[in-house]
Write a new protein. Sequence first.
Length: 364
Amino acid sequence: MTDATPGTVRLRATLESIPRYVAGKPAAEQPGRTTYKISSNENPYPPLPSVLQVVQDAMLSMNRYPDMGTVALREAIAQRFDVDADQVATGTGSVGLLGTLLQITSGPGDEVVYAWRSFEAYPIVVGLSGATGLQVPLDGEARHDLKAMADAITERTRLVIVCSPNNPTGPAVRADELEEFLERVPSDVLVVLDEAYLEFNHDADAADALAVWRSHPNVAVLRTFSKAYGLAGLRVGYCIAHEQVASALRTAAVPFGVSHVAQQAAIASLAAYDELDERVQALVAERDRLLIGLRDLGYPVPDTQANFVWLPLGDKTLDFAAAAEAAGVVVRPFAGDGVRCSVGEVEATDRLLQVAADFANRAG
Ligand SMILES: *Cc1c(COP(=O)(O)O)cnc(C)c1O
């Protein structure tokens, strides 16, 4: 006999401290007009016909397990980025790989350093690992404070995550500051550069992550097919890492995690990247229109190199989100902090700018 509550089992205590992932809300229908979901940084374009065809063909073998080694996909990635296929690991989105990166580096008693506010999956994957997360506040321009992050590293640190461009605030990490930072990181601490929004980054001073990776044995680069490539629903991402880390990631991966459909769609999307890039550049132009429009209205929007903008609205955050939703554009509020608005359809940008103008007037 034990005195446990009947009907409950013992789960890991760490679960109690893990925040819930808040998925971007879908846009509810409204009579007489189109509504827009700009809450999840998704690509608003439908799949390319060439990719859709490959997916339809790939579905015909859904009774079979996929290639567990994702060999063809890893080779396509290797060729595209001029790395070795042994230096590539794949996963169920880069969030899946993040979880695996924690599993191979960190556990109870270890520390993981990352900026905050940043990607909301970080405290979840770190918490699940049992390691202690050290959140280093962003600076006054919503950028990573890499000096403070270097100061936060101790002999217990096993992993540092650098998100560039940073979700949800937008700025990218500069080459010079990243180099200075890496000089201060012990060579046995893994530094992961999360580049989910790489393709949208036009900052001439931004770090070239692959070049940084080549010259630092303790750096890995995390990327995804979810954003620029428009495959968010298929769950596939990749990590470019030196062989020790890439091999550990493949060992620890969920067997058969990346479906055959996802593998084939990713390969086809790499082949069709020129066509996808036209869309990415159109989104970048739309982002810049949104950024300028919001700044003209007086909103202090930080620089953004991603497919979203950040409105640091503080205690007006939830009011703004409600006003946007009423106008048929669903944004992603972070209560008490700010609102992240993804770049979507042109009409969604127009609608959001109108909401922002009305909100500024109302707020005086
Ligand atoms: C969207 C995003 C990802 C990618 O998520 P997937 O699991 O690949 O869909 C990773 N990192 C950041 C910072 C993101 O915003």
